[in-house]
Ligand binder design. Structure first.
Ligand code: AMP
Length: 287
């Protein structure tokens, strides 16, 4: 089957309702395009579990702050279309801005608490913009399961919270981070990096590897694990660190001593590019 492109929200919903009435399980992979292996791994996960896969491409203006990269965000629609077709994705929902945010649009969708830290602290528009657009997309695509990447760990937990709190009836799956050969987490924003910055960007995974090594040798103090990551980050003075945290992996609460599952999370800016990464401490990370 070839990939069918759907632009109209109304058509998307009609299609979703027809597929549901036929008893099909719908898998959904929301993206902002500029697709890479990380996105494609989500499509594969959906194809493995669902009868029909819908991917979406929409560079969502509401999740970018006024000083952020909305205008220059990479847009590679033709190539994305080919990649999705090659993966056997059945539908691509690609609405335009006016279709999702018509004149008079005035609604907000906001998750409390879990959004005041990490990326939520430095990018106040980001998570409310994500929950708003994902709520709309869930209503239009009506998926049974939605596939998100661990790469955006906080985003995934926040979307899962929203889906539960607002009774969307959508299961939110978190899929593993896909990395480049040297460990850098794949991201559409990596293409902004200069050759030098691309080399420097490895410091994120190096910091996570260091924290993981310390954790595996028995370190359970969140503060000491954070310090060990900071030490690694300091080896690249050009990296402007936004946050380095070790938090409860389920609630994103700060920890003193790690007892349950914990996530190490970091964000930094290299030149004009913001990069994030994370790791569940104790899981394999061989770079
Ligand atoms: P984006 O297009 O950046 O909004 O990302 C769309 C989806 O792909 C989100 O659920 C991301 O978490 C996921 N994603 C992005 N990069 C990766 C990666 N390297 N590995 C796994 N999933 C990813």
């Amino acid at each position: 089957m070839t990939l069918r492109i759907v632009e109209s929200p109304r058509e998307m919903r009609k299609l979703a309702e027809t597929l549901r009435a036929e008893g099909k399980t719908l898998g959904f992979v929301p993206t902002m395009g500029a697709l890479h292996e990380g996105h494609l791994s989500l499509v594969r996960a959906s194809r493995g579990e669902c009868q029909v896969t819908v991917a979406s491409i929409f560079v969502n203006p509401t999740q970018f702050g006024p000083q952020e990269d909305f205008e220059r965000y990479p847009r590679t629609f033709e190539r994305d279309r080919e990649l999705l077709e090659r993966e056997g994705c059945e539908f691509l929902f690609a609405p335009n801005r006016a279709a999702l945010y018509p004149e008079g649009f005035a609604t907000a969708v906001r998750v409390e608490r879990m959004t005041d830290r990490l990326c939520g602290a430095s990018r106040p528009s980001f998570l409310p913009g994500v929950t708003l657009v994902v709520a709309k997309l869930f209503n239009l695509v009506r998926p049974h399961i939605a596939f998100f990447g661990q790469k955006d760990y906080q985003q995934c937990l926040v979307v899962r919270r929203m889906a539960e709190d607002l009774d969307f009836g959508v299961e939110v799956r978190m899929c593993p981070i896909v990395r480049e050969a040297d460990g850098l987490a794949m991201s559409s924003r990596n293409r902004y990096l200069s050759v030098t910055e691309r080399t420097q960007a490895r410091v994120l995974v190096r910091a996570l590897v260091e924290a993981n090594r310390a954790y595996l040798s028995g370190e359970r103090s969140a503060e000491r694990l954070i310090d060990s990551m900071r030490d690694v980050l300091e080896t690249v003075p050009q990296a402007r660190v936004d946050y380095v945290e070790v938090m409860d992996a389920g609630t994103l609460e700060r920890l003193n001593r790690i007892e349950g599952k914990a996530a190490a999370l970091l964000a930094l800016n290299l030149g004009e590019t913001r990069l994030i990464d994370n790791h569940i401490l104790g899981e394999a990370l061989d770079y």
